[in-house]
Unconditional design. Structure first.
Length: 254
């Protein structure tokens, strides 16, 4: 805890010197990090001025991510990796957060802390137009709560979609597995909303002719074709983006 406090942001560190920050401070301005209990969950962020300044760019030109990974610290707490990806699929780290819990309020606290620190360093609010993440309800709600002042599109990482489809298709024959993968990749690379709708209708009509796809079809329609996690098509991405798959999700295995 003392290391967190002594490394806290003061404004006097160099551009590449790491500092800590949190979403809450006491009356003396000392960061409050919690103790890891349910009542006082642990949360601390780490970044540099250079990382925050690198994120100061046109919001229409990048995806913002917040992804959890594990086993990167001695106590086993999850680490939230926050960053942006540009059109060349280059990932730029913005900040890391260590947290003891992964619920809506903890994702939200991390994002609130990030926006505040970004504003202190850059003198302007962090604005987003595209968020690219997994089908995580807590994260989805946190982004919409914290960035309520931004009009943004919440995109699904296609790597995550494919991973979930792979899990659900394990009981299918090789022929049906090949069919559903081809169809879902075709939907992902649709050039426009109109083409997507046309391909989706043709796909569902074809799948309806296979009795073994009944349960799988119901799952895909409920999880990936309607609701909060239906945006995984490339035509929804910023201009110049060839896909909605990120290196971050691939490397963390989420």
């Amino acid at each position: 805890m003392e290391a967190v406090r002594t490394s806290a942001f003061s404004g006097r560190k160099g551009d590449h010197d790491a500092f800590t920050f949190t979403s809450a401070y006491d009356g003396s301005g000392v960061p409050e990090v919690g103790n890891g209990s349910d009542a006082r969950p642990f949360l601390v962020g780490m970044t540099t001025k250079a990382l925050l300044r690198n994120a100061a760019r046109d919001p229409s030109t990048f995806f913002l991510h917040l992804d959890a990974t594990f086993k990167l610290n001695s106590v086993g707490y999850p680490v939230l990796v926050c960053g942006i990806t540009d059109a060349s699929r280059t990932f730029h780290l913005v900040a890391l957060f260590i947290t003891s819990l992964l619920q809506h309020e903890h994702y939200a606290a991390a994002l609130v802390a990030l926006r505040r620190m970004y504003a202190r360093v850059n003198g302007a609010e962090l604005q987003v137009e595209f968020v690219l993440d997994d089908a995580n309800k807590a994260q989805h709600k946190a982004f919409h709560d914290v960035f309520a002042d931004c009009s943004f599109t919440y995109l699904m990482c296609f790597y995550h979609v494919v991973a979930k489809l792979r899990e659900r298709s394990r009981g299918l024959s090789s022929e049906l597995s090949a069919l559903v993968y081809k169809d879902d990749y075709d939907l992902h690379f649709a050039w426009s909303k109109a083409e997507f709708v046309e391909q989706k209708e043709a796909m569902l009509k074809d799948w309806a002719g296979h009795a073994d796809l009944t349960a799988f079809t119901a799952y895909v329609k409920a999880q990936w074709l309607t609701g909060n996690f239906a945006n995984w098509q490339t035509f929804l991405a910023p201009p110049g983006y060839a896909t909605t798959t990120t290196r971050l999700s691939s490397s963390t295995g989420s």
